[in-house]
Design a protein around this ligand. Structure first.
Ligand code: SRM
Ligand code: SF4
Length: 547
């Protein structure tokens, strides 16, 4: 018996390639919202309807509608922006958003608080600097990630070109985005073709990343499809292909779980786009379109087997995958601070706490970055919510340092803080069960002081927090992962690998701050006393039987 298709499949089928009634909905002035079906469709255009959850109780008491606004997310393969583009985005946040830019865990920027009447003007501002939000969300391939800094080496540049080629190849061909948000009119009378996706797109979101070892900053084991660059004599010869990673889960539903991806072979650099198409179309044809909780590629592979999947992908390729090659990762964090490339240019990976670019009191990060954008530099968003100010001359480097200092922005933070990430969660995320971005900084302060007591202040330990089990900050592969469960309470996961290659174990459910600190304090003490040279915390807690 075939299972009933999910409602989202009907929405896609009837949408006329992602148009639905979005154009009409944006004109309706009686509400700041749009229809429920259009809320699903607008995601394909990189936009979410949200409301300010802090204001919900007060507005409900006063019998007012929710405080609706939209979140818009850029598509920026590899996270690279010119300074002109960065400046335009800074202005957009002030003119159309909530005065902040939010760097994301997929190297993008989100604008929160964009009210309905500001949405089209905001997207036109984005379009005017040759950026867009197409496919930044929805059941399609999302922003393609890439180990940042194309200026670090020719190999990094080549990897970024692959990321861009994959992103372009897998873009929806529908003209709906331009028609609805930019031109305000239908450009063609006939519907376009979607040669890769078809009219119902994919069963669920799809994510791709490329890593250039030894950095696994993109977390190659956490996405649907990943590429690990293979280097011979400092030349990129191709990629190992990793499939079936994914973080999302649902509390209390054992059929859902985070998984790390598996390496299924090697392809030449020239074949990377064809491999992406083969993997995506396999998921298009075999992914679960009835149960959205089980619709990611990781479950298609779990249900049918890795060997079946490899054969299916090979059958769609002119050249089957070759055996995987050797690779080695050292960690999944960013290389913080200044680095100088062989061409003499300087690149600063600047710590941005949880990706929030704002001016708060004497800490005027947003103004500092805006001032820095007057220099001839590039801005690159990292997969760990930081920013690289790239391509600085020696003179520009001095100006950048002085600008940050005069705006109260420190170049570096503690090792733990630099290795920590939190998802957005409250007040904008509709799915948040707990605080995350607003809470993690104070927890890090407490943990930092505990680490300091044991002489571990310099020890980078990956710490990631999310406000629900969806895993937007990839917490399940952190050495310490905290996953929101109930207000003020988190599931504590321990023992992920420092290079992001292992799922952490669930150690304690529903832990409040006192419980979390109570569990970690003796572990830090043991780690300080009994660790082997260079042993990472995640490895130690497993070897020592602490989890
Ligand atoms: Fe995410 C949904 C924020 C990266 C797994 N994610 C959401 C939404 C849109 C909530 C919603 O559906 O209403 C969140 C918006 C919050 C807000 O107010 O801004 C949201 N996700 C984020 C960001 C902004 C977190 C951050 O702090 O940086 C990241 C945006 C990335 C981007 O630029 O595209 C973000 N989300 C991720 C990641 C990490 C990654 O992709 O590397 C994951 C885990 C990897 C994965 O997909 O398996 C992730 N987000 C989810 C899921 C669970 C998917 C699943 O397979 O079950 C949801 C919920 C859903 O899709 O139903 C979700
Ligand atoms: Fe929202 Fe949950 Fe993602 Fe955090 S992990 S941003 S709470 S969906």
């Amino acid at each position: 018996m075939t299972e009933k298709l999910s409602h989202n499949e009907a929405i896609k089928t009837n949408s006329r390639l992602l148009r639905g009634t979005l154009a009409e909905g944006l004109e309706a002035v009686a509400t700041g919202a749009i229809s429920e079906d259009d809320q699903q469709l607008i995601k394909f255009h990189g936009i979410y309807l949200q409301d300010d959850r802090d204001l919900r109780p007060e507005r409900a008491k006063r019998k007012l509608d929710k405080a609706y606004s939209f979140m818009a997310r850029l598509r920026v393969p590899g996270g690279v922006l010119s300074s002109a583009q960065y400046l335009a985005m800074d202005r957009l946040a002030d003119e159309r958003g909530n005065n902040t830019l939010r760097l994301t865990t997929r190297q993008s920027i989100q604008f929160h608080g964009v009210i309905k009447t500001n949405l089209r003007p905001a997207l036109r501002q984005i379009d005017s600097v040759l950026l867009d939000t197409i496919a930044a969300c929805g059941d399609v391939n999302r922003n393609v990630m890439c180990t940042p800094n194309e200026f670090a080496s020719p190999v990094h540049a080549q990897a970024l070109r692959t990321a861009e080629a994959i992103s372009t190849h897998l873009l929806p061909r529908s003209g709906a985005w331009r028609e609805i948000f930019i031109n305000d009119e239908q450009i063609t009378q006939a519907l376009e073709e979607e040669p890769i996706y078809g009219a119902t797109y994919l069963p669920r979101k799809f994510k791709i990343a490329i890593a250039v070892p030894p950095q696994n900053d993109v977390d190659v084991f956490a996405h649907d499809l990943c590429y690990i660059a293979i280097l011979e004599n400092n030349t990129l010869v191709g990629y190992n292909v990793v499939v079936g990673g994914g973080m999302g889960a649902t509390h209390g539903d054992a059929t859902t779980y985070p998984l790390v991806g598996s390496v299924i072979g090697f392809c030449s650099a020239d074949d990377a786009v064809a491999v992406a198409q083969a993997v995506v179309t396999t998921q298009r044809d075999f992914g679960n379109r009835s149960n959205r909780r089980r619709a990611r590629l990781k479950y298609t592979i779990e249900d049918r087997g890795l060997e079946w999947f490899r054969n299916e992908v090979n059958a769609r390729l002119a050249k089957p995958l070759a055996p995987a090659r050797e690779y080695h990762f050292t960690g999944n964090g960013d290389a913080m601070g200044w680095h100088t490339s062989p061409d003499g240019l300087h690149h600063l990976t600047l710590f941005i706490e949880n990706g929030r670019v704002a001016d708060v009191g004497n800490w005027r990060l947003k103004s500092a970055l805006k001032a820095i954008a007057a220099q001839d530099v590039s801005f690159i968003i990292t997969p760990n919510q930081n920013i690289i100010i790239a391509r600085a001359s020696t003179a520009a480097r001095e100006i950048i340092e002085a600008t940050l200092a005069s705006h109260g922005v420190a170049l570096r933070a503690s090792a733990l803080r630099e290795a920590a990430m939190a998802c957005v969660a409250l007040p904008t995320c509709a799915l948040a069960l707990t605080e995350s971005e607003r809470y993690l900084p104070s927890l890090v302060t407490r943990l930092d002081s505990m680490l300091g007591e044991h002489g571990l202040a310099e020890q980078p330990i990956t710490l990631r927090m999310t406000g629900c089990p969806n895993g937007c900050a990839r917490p399940y592969i952190a050495e310490i992962g905290l996953v929101g469960r109930n207000p003020g309470k988190y599931n504590l996961h321990l023992g992920g690998a420092h290079d992001g290659s292992r799922i952490a174990k669930l150690h304690r459910e529903d832990a409040d701050e006192a419980t979390i600190l109570g569990i970690l304090a003796p572990m830090f003490a043991d780690y300080a006393k009994h660790r082997q040279p260079a042993e990472r915390f995640g490895d130690f807690v497993l070897r020592h039987g602490l989890v």
